[in-house]
Design a protein around this ligand. Structure first.
Ligand code: ZN
Length: 233
């Protein structure tokens, strides 16, 4: 039971804190420290923009994007307008950059969004946009350094699960995953277990969660969504 709770972001017992105030899985924390030391030797200042995120937070993000209470943008950071898209289109636009609750790799504590503080001003806030990590963006050097390490399988166990566009999720150069720990959770995500949670039924511990606002759009195509958004090598 513990492992499936972790897989859906319903457990925090396996997490430790890393600076400034993020939570990650224990082994991931050690590996990330090692990666950070090696980055520093290259003059890079590897920082975390996002780490563990729980199920309830993901529900709030997705529901707010669905209603328009939270902005939805395209790959270039342009704001999209709810009224210009039908329900199905809107869902697909949201899911390019946000996972459905229970289907985010950030639930596991093994995945981090990273940036390089040495390349920008002290008050810079990373947007996690493809431009920043591209050839003329500030984090280009960090991206290239990670590319090299990962190509040589020498990145302290980290890899990029979203390195290429798989038709569903946009490629995310900033998202790295600690494979030895992540591999335990990626096959546990199933529609059978998620749909009751999305309906607002109690989880394995008896806790109740906010239902998904767009459940009737998701349910008829849940198998397709699982295939498109979950299957990661
Ligand atoms: Zn991420």
């Amino acid at each position: 039971m513990q492992q499936s709770l972790i897989a859906f972001g319903l457990s925090t017992e396996h997490l430790v804190s890393i600076p400034p105030d993020f939570r990650v899985e224990n082994e991931t924390a050690n590996a990330f420290q090692a990666l950070g030391r090696r980055a520093a030797e290259r003059g890079l200042d590897l920082r975390v923009a996002s780490a563990f995120r729980d199920y309830d937070r993901q529900v709030r993000i997705i529901n707010d994007k669905w209603t328009g209470a939270r902005p939805v943008t395209d790959g270039e950071g342009r704001l999209l307008v709810r009224a210009r898209h039908d329900d199905e289109e809107w869902l697909n636009l949201i899911l390019r950059f946000s996972a459905l609750p229970g289907m985010s790799r950030h639930h596991w504590g093994t995945d981090l969004d990273v940036w390089d503080a040495s390349a920008v001003d002290v008050d810079y806030r990373p947007l996690l946009s493809p431009f920043e990590y591209g050839p003329s963006g500030p984090f280009c050097e960090m991206t290239r350094w990670l590319d090299e390490l990962m190509a040589a399988h020498d990145a302290e166990g980290f890899y990029r699960p979203y390195a290429s566009d798989r038709g569903g999720i946009a490629p995310e150069a900033w998202h790295i995953s600690y494979r030895p720990a992540a591999i335990k959770y990626q096959d546990m995500v199933s529609a059978e277990l998620l749909i009751p949670l999305w309906r607002g039924e109690p989880d394995a511990r008896g806790n109740v969660h906010e239902p998904l606002a767009m459940l009737e759009v998701i349910e008829p195509k849940v198998d397709h969504l699982m295939e498109r958004f979950v299957a990661v090598p």
